[in-house]
Ligand binder design. Structure first.
Ligand code: AMP
Ligand code: TRP
Length: 340
């Protein structure tokens, strides 16, 4: 069957569990903002249903959802030119996820490294939702027939699973209904690492606050965290290859490049031979310059919950208008009778 041409459409999501980090910003949010206004439809979602795959205090979840919404707008996502909303207000996500639970195979889920990392040794005690999570993520994407999904490196496997689900659905039902979505993993900082351990990614949930930069950290905290970031005793080299076995140093160079919109090569060219006593303060200044306007705006937006809730409701209505007909067509393809 010749492959159908799908209109290019961008979808991505972020969990409202814990505050936003520099990893979220450089790996995802900054690039989501840059994809706007290029003639593509852009849909961005605060994925609250994904957050509850691990325990969330209800008050924290409500606060976190509004905080992430504020963070996305403060970082330049325009709720008019993009569709911006929280997942649970568009039931098509959960409904399509059930269909995909019946398409995806247990063997596929067993290969998901994020589940293995998160469930750890205690997989028997993990929620069923955490295990099924990638099928819900596929539903998020495919409920909009999205063709491009900008994410950090850690989500590549889940987007590939989304393609497998789409392909199996199309094959089993002999249709060309769901697109084979492309992950878009670009830029100098697709995997921002932990500041205390260059072998682990920077995450919202890591045990020590010193290992991550939060979007709401103040200037002194940012400076202190970079000053204390783990490095090695060598100065910066004059080529990127020379950083191959220096993960902490490589990470700081990538962060600088991401914040400055430079290539890592250009950062090396500028700082070759510099010691950490010069590089770390320059990095901290750059981070404060780029992040403080965003965190100021985020705090201002969080002062008006009514407005944030109104924006989420409006975004959800616009999202629903796209997702509902796609869900209904899916039900028809599957053979579920719709008589009302
Ligand atoms: P999450 O916070 O897990 O919902 O992630 C939301 C988005 O941020 C996803 O596209 C992730 O790939 C991206 N992301 C999260 N942590 C990092 C990181 N340390 N480096 C790069 N991207 C990240
Ligand atoms: N699983 C993603 C994460 O942990 C978040 C997410 C949920 C997502 N649904 C999505 C990302 C759809 C892209 C597209 O980061």
């Amino acid at each position: 069957m010749a492959e159908k041409a799908f209109t290019p459409r961008v979808f991505s999501g972020i969990k409202p569990s814990g505050g936003l980090t520099l990893g979220n910003y450089l790996g995802a949010i900054k690039r989501w903002a840059e994809m706007q206004g290029k003639g593509l439809e852009t849909i961005y979602c605060v994925v609250d249903l994904h957050a509850i795959t691990v325990w969330q205090d209800p008050a924290d979840l409500r606060h976190g959802t509004r905080e992430v919404m504020a963070g996305l707008i403060a970082a330049g996502i325009d709720p008019e030119s993009s569709i911006l909303f929280n997942q649970s207000q568009v039931p098509a996500h959960a409904e399509l996820a059930w269909i995909f639970n019946c398409v995806a195979r247990v063997g596929w889920m067993n290969r998901m490294t994020q589940f293995k990392d998160k469930a750890g040794k205690n997989a028997e005690k993990a929620s069923l939702g955490l295990y099924a999570y990638p099928a819900l993520m596929a539903a998020d994407i495919l409920a909009y027939h999205a063709t491009h999904v900008p994410v950090g490196e850690d989500q590549k496997q889940h987007v590939e699973l989304t393609r497998d689900i789409a392909a199996k659905f199309n094959h089993d039902y002999k249709v060309d209904f769901f697109p084979l979505t492309e992950p878009v993993i670009e830029g100098p900082a697709t995997r921002v690492m932990n500041l205390r351990d260059g072998s682990r990614k920077m995450s919202k949930s890591g045990e020590s606050d010193m290992e991550r930069i939060n979007m709401l950290d103040d200037a002194d905290t940012i400076a202190k965290k970079f000053r204390k970031a783990r490095t090695d005793p060598e100065p910066l080299p004059d080529s990127l290859e020379a950083l191959d076995n220096r993960p902490e140093a490589r990470n700081l160079v990538s962060i600088y490049a991401g914040l400055a919109d430079m290539t890592p090569e250009a950062v090396i060219a500028e700082f070759a031979g510099a010691g950490w006593g010069r590089f770390k303060p320059a990095l901290a200044d750059l981070a404060v310059e780029k992040l403080s306007p965003i965190s100021d705006e985020m705090k201002r937006l969080m002062g008006d919950e009514t407005e944030l809730d109104r924006l989420m409701a409006r975004g959800a209505e616009r999202a629903e208008a796209i997702a509902r007909p796609i869900l209904e067509q899916t039900y028809d393809i599957v053979g579920l009778v719709r008589s009302r």
